[in-house]
Write a new protein. Structure first.
Length: 152
């Protein structure tokens, strides 16, 4: 689906605040409420807009210790890859998992309370997954930029 300038502006507005009403959006886009509603429904049908979420303040829920963990599997056989990917999606502490090229096979984004909780997670959950050859953890010092927006 080709996006026109209005679709792009609509998507950017929704990324900034998805709780805006169609009336508010229509005023910003110089379109009727019905036209905005139909555009949003089309973007949802086309899976351009996948979902609407609330962004949580990690400090307020004791999940502010952010770790990036690099994982290397013992082999790249499809059964090892599939098994790892299935198991990693079951771990609530892992918010994102990327299959990557380079020295490691995966990068995990993990949110926990503190180092003690990360150690418990690493020992009791992560390293219990079969076929992990090695892990390498990177602990964040501070957040410089964190955005969910993809500007069009």
């Amino acid at each position: 689906m080709l996006l026109d300038a209005t679709d792009k502006k609509l998507i950017n507005l929704l990324q900034n605040d998805s709780k805006q009403t169609t009336k508010q959006l229509s005023l910003q886009l110089n379109l009727s409420v019905t036209a905005v509603y139909e555009r949003i429904k089309k973007l949802e049908r086309e899976d351009i807009i996948k979902e609407y979420v609330a962004i949580i303040n990690k400090d307020k829920i004791d999940k502010s210790f952010l770790v990036f963990c690099h994982i290397k599997l013992i082999q790249h056989a499809i059964k090892y890859v599939s098994s790892f990917e299935k198991e990693i999606t079951q771990l609530d502490e892992v918010s994102e998992c990327f299959h990557v090229s380079g020295d490691y096979d995966y990068i995990l984004k993990i949110h926990v309370k503190d180092m003690k909780e990360y150690r418990r997670f690493l020992i009791s959950k992560l390293t219990s997954i079969k076929n992990i050859g090695s892990t390498h953890s990177i602990f964040t010092i501070g957040e410089v930029k964190n955005s969910t927006r993809i500007i069009l």
